[in-house]
Ligand binder design. Structure first.
Ligand SMILES: C[S@@+](CC[C@H](N)C(=O)[O-])C[C@H]1O[C@@H](n2cnc3c(N)ncnc32)[C@H](O)[C@@H]1O
Length: 280
């Protein structure tokens, strides 16, 4: 298990106005005047500031990174919130009710597609075990759904074949590689952060093939729930769709293909396993 913390990426998140504005709207709709809020992985501190703007009485801003934690502390001071926002530099998984008051709202944006890469799953489960997240705690985001389709993608880089995970481009928000969709999307799993959930994902799906060719990639996309009836799918810094390399499989239109996808949330691609089989 490893921690992901990166200053440049936190800047990309901050500057991604589609993501940041959607979170501000969710925080405005959820945080009530006088609430206690815990912001897990505060990074730049923007979510903690939104919570104060929404009327929170106290915000606990938890961040593991040295530079990020110090810079968030300075930001809170620069904006006149040094007494309203308490900065805690620590691993959010170790937070207990001796560090924070029982929160009304927990904000945790450690989101990646399928929760494969970041620590959202382990952090939320740890805080449910320690009682920081209780039955009445409101969570932002509230859920994540994962879907996938089967594709053929060009893995050619600089004259080599490089079967490497392919992400959307930071700036355009699109896959910048030639690609053919050989199936439509199927739902793989759904995680409600307000309910106990298993960090080990064992997803299964069946596909009816819509184009003849060679499947060599699994295109994964996620959608998250932010506040009542609002959701956010991918953005340039959030839930970036990814194509996971697969062993090539020749298919024809009408073939039925079954997929099994296994991984553990927060472990990145290290224990991710995909298997495809033509049925019958
Ligand atoms: C995607 S960034 C989000 C930053 C900010 N909350 C925002 O939404 O703009 C995730 C943040 O979580 C922090 N982080 C990752 N794992 C952590 C952990 N286990 N405990 C505390 N912070 C963590 C990272 O350093 C990073 O600042």
């Amino acid at each position: 298990m490893r921690i992901w913390s990166d200053v440049e990426y936190v800047y990309r998140c901050l500057a991604d106005t589609r993501r940041t504005n959607a979170f501000e709207a969710a925080i405005q709709a959820t945080v009530k005047p006088g609430d206690v809020v815990v912001d897990l992985g505060t990074g730049s501190g923007i979510m903690a500031l939104f919570a104060m703007r929404a009327g929170a009485r106290r915000v606990y801003a938890v961040e593991i990174g040295d530079y990020l934690s110090q810079s968030a502390r300075r930001t809170f001071r620069d904006n006149g919130f040094e007494s309203g926002i308490v900065s805690l530099q620590m691993d959010a998984r170790n937070l207990t009710l001796s560090d924070v008051e029982m929160p009304d709202v927990v904000i945790c944006e450690m989101i990646t597609t399928g929760l494969i890469g970041e620590m959202q799953g382990p952090v939320i489960n740890a805080l449910r075990r320690s009682g920081v997240i209780g039955k009445r705690t409101k969570l932002i985001p509230s859920y994540l759904r994962l879907k996938a389709s089967l594709v053929h993608v060009d893995y050619g880089f600089s004259g080599f074949q490089l079967r490497f995970p392919i992400f959307i481009d930071y700036f355009s928000g699109r896959f910048e590689r030639p690609m053919e969709n050989l199936s439509t999307f199927a739902d793989l799993c759904s995680v409600e952060f307000g309910e106990p959930f298993n960090e080990a994902i064992q997803a299964r799906a069946n596909y009816s093939i819509i184009g003849a060719g060679t499947i060599n990639g699994l295109r994964l996309e996620s959608t998250t729930g932010l506040a009542a009836n609002t959701s956010l799918a991918d953005s340039t810094s959030y839930c970036q769709p990814v194509i996971v390399p697969l062993d090539p499989l020749e298919v024809n239109v009408g073939d039925l293909v079954s997929l099994s996808l296994n991984y553990t949330m927060g472990r990145g691609f290290d224990d991710l396993n995909c298997d495809l089989k033509i049925q019958g």
